[in-house]
Write a protein that binds this ligand. Structure first.
Ligand code: C5P
Length: 222
């Protein structure tokens, strides 16, 4: 039996990648973290000193930048022009740059085309901001995850703290709020819930409780 396409969208820190990973293991599906792909583009842009205001340079950059997700011992590695940047793309600086670079049309066109190729066969869970609205508007199952800004900021803070980043809780909450605003107010593929997406507010719920809700919805659909 051919697997379906599952879209998981929502603001930063809503738990999309954690939940998508867990659900993909339970369903034996492939997980595609599209935020990681935009982060890899931001990493490459910084590395090459790309001027984001230079349209021609941005187009040239997009036609040569190579972003790949590869499965290695059950964990996804993110490759940018062949280099493993998995650990380096999760910093507050790259997060902010990603939010800026992902508002550029050539960047979105390149990533959306790649994501469609990667997901075409089904049996996949894609998590991002525009999966249910733009990348796969016909996805058989869509979720829109959210949680209060405080809770999302707190989750990000704990992640960053665990990695030894020097950042305060207050700063993290503020950067989550700022990124939400940028992602929701941009002109191209702004973050919004697809009409047919199942909304899940995870404030006050455990990860296991949310995965159980998602799995139940999956079994009810198929
Ligand atoms: O999900 P994550 O926080 O890793 O995404 C980083 C950034 O990439 C987001 O803030 C957003 O600007 C961008 N993004 C996007 N479209 C997606 C996934 C991520 O614009 N499908």
């Amino acid at each position: 039996e051919k697997g379906i396409i599952i879209a998981v969208d929502g603001p930063s820190g809503a738990g999309k990648s954690t939940l998508s990973k867990l659900l993909s293991r339970r369903l034996d599906y492939l997980e595609i973290d599209t935020g990681a792909m935009y982060r890899a583009m931001a990493w490459l842009a910084r590395e090459s000193g790309l001027d984001l205001n230079d349209d021609a340079a941005v187009r040239r950059f997009c036609s040569t930048a190579l972003v790949e997700l590869s499965l290695c011992n059950g964990a996804t590695r993110v490759l940018a022009n062949g280099r493993d940047v998995t650990g380096e793309i999760r910093t507050p600086e790259i997060s902010m740059l990603t939010s800026r670079i992902s508002s550029l049309a050539p960047v979105r066109e390149a990533m959306v085309a790649l994501q469609r190729r990667m997901g075409a066969k089904g049996g996949v869970i894609l998590d991002g901001r525009d999966i249910g609205t733009v990348v796969f508007p016909d996805a058989e199952l869509k979720f829109f995850l959210s949680a209060s800004a405080e809770e999302r900021g707190k989750r990000r803070f704990l992640e960053l703290q665990a990695k030894g980043e020097q950042i305060s809780l207050e700063e993290t909450v503020q950067s989550v709020i700022q990124r939400d605003r940028q992602d929701s107010e941009r002109e191209l593929s702004p973050l919004r819930r697809a009409e047919d997406a199942i909304p899940i507010d995870s404030t006050g719920l455990t990860i296991d409780e949310v995965v159980a809700l998602m799995e139940q919805a999956f079994h009810e659909r198929t």
